[in-house]
Design a protein around this ligand. Structure first.
Ligand code: PPS
Length: 315
């Protein structure tokens, strides 16, 4: 399955044809969930691989052998990717599944299910930058163009996997319709990983003793995962993912967006964000505490300017 230049369009959203077909997308939207399934849901670049590692190691009680010997796409396959049916064994219990699909495409399949859904969100400025660099290395994604061009497509929701705004709001505004739902942020994991692990362990009803928690913590650190070829995508041939262009485990930080966004881009982004998130109660952490003074001096909280930019952008 190469199809590096193929794009599949499904319900108005584009997907890389290297990993998706109309059949695989249909399979996902008609998936038969089991109550023992755990489904990790993310918009791309929001902490998918991190949560796959957490759930894998946690379900092995802190033993990292599975995480160190089986690629993440094999132990927590994406429902919508073409190889999923071959990887999954319907009789298996406690399956770990992953998806980037928006809520509306999985709502029917999840209806009535007691599968445990973990939604991981990340501040969208860092998502946009991470996604931009991913486009440089992943040969199955379209050319990103300049960051400015990519950012426009990201804000318009015309990038692969659709709109960040629709994804995050679709899942979180419908959380009450999902029997077992946990919302976790990348920033929370980054700042207080131990507390996040405790929340996930309670949600999964997978209690860990101190030693198991500590070894899970160790396996899920950025430095361990960067070295682990089962999650750093170094197993994928260079023609498909070119790590010379950018690493998959790139920076792993909160607030790296400041190194790519111009002030004007940030201001435009803020205005669109404010408008698009008006019907959401979510809040995000946008930077590390040490970045705050620098950002304060950069950021002019002049809402008139932001609204002016928004009007211009929407005009
Ligand atoms: S994908 O392609 O959608 O599956 O990508 P995803 O895994 O969602 O996101 C990749 C980004 O997550 C970072 N990452 C981590 N950060 C901190 N700690 C850990 N353990 C960790 N694991 C993955 C990874 O570096 C990508 O972010 P950027 O900002 O590009 O570094």
């Amino acid at each position: 399955m190469a199809r590096l230049d193929v794009t599949e369009t499904f319900h108005g959203i584009t997907f890389p044809g290297h990993l998706h077909t109309q059949d695989s997308l249909h399979y996902a939207t008609h998936f038969k969930f089991q109550d023992t399934d755990t489904l990790i849901v993310t918009y791309p670049k929001s902490g998918t691989t991190w949560m796959q590692e957490i759930v894998t190691v946690m379900s092995c009680k802190g033993d990292a052998v599975r995480a160190q010997t089986q690629p993440n796409w094999n132990r927590a396959p994406w429902l919508e990717q073409y190889y999923c049916p071959d990887v999954l064994n319907a009789s298996q219990e406690n399956r770990i599944l992953t998806t980037h699909l928006p809520y509306n495409l999985l709502a029917a399949a999840l209806s009535g299910s007691k599968a445990k859904v973990i939604y991981v969100a990340r501040n969208p400025k860092d998502v946009a930058v991470s996604y931009y660099y991913f486009h440089k290395m992943a040969k199955f994604l379209p050319e990103s163009g300049t960051f400015s061009e990519f950012l426009s497509a990201f804000l318009e929701g015309t990038v692969h996997y659709g709109s960040w705004f629709d994804h995050v709001k679709g899942w979180t505004n419908n959380a009450r319709n999902i029997h077992n739902f946990l919302y976790v942020t990348y920033e929370e994991m980054s700042r207080t990983l131990r507390a996040s692990l405790e929340r996930v362990s309670e949600f999964l009803q997978c209690p860990l003793v101190e030693e198991e928690l500590t070894s899970t913590l160790k396996s899920c650190s950025f430095s361990s995962m960067k070295k682990n070829c089962m999650v750093n995508y170094s197993l994928i041939p260079q023609e498909i993912m070119d790590h010379r262009k950018s690493k998959f485990m790139r920076k792993g930080k909160i607030g790296d967006w400041v190194n790519t966004f111009s002030e004007e881009q940030s201001c435009t982004f803020d205005a669109i964000y404010t408008s698009r998130m008006a019907d959401s109660s979510l809040t995000f952490v946008w930077c590390n505490p040490e970045q705050e003074p620098m950002l304060k001096s950069r950021r002019d909280p002049d809402h008139h300017q932001a609204h002016h930019i928004l009007e211009q952008t929407l005009a």
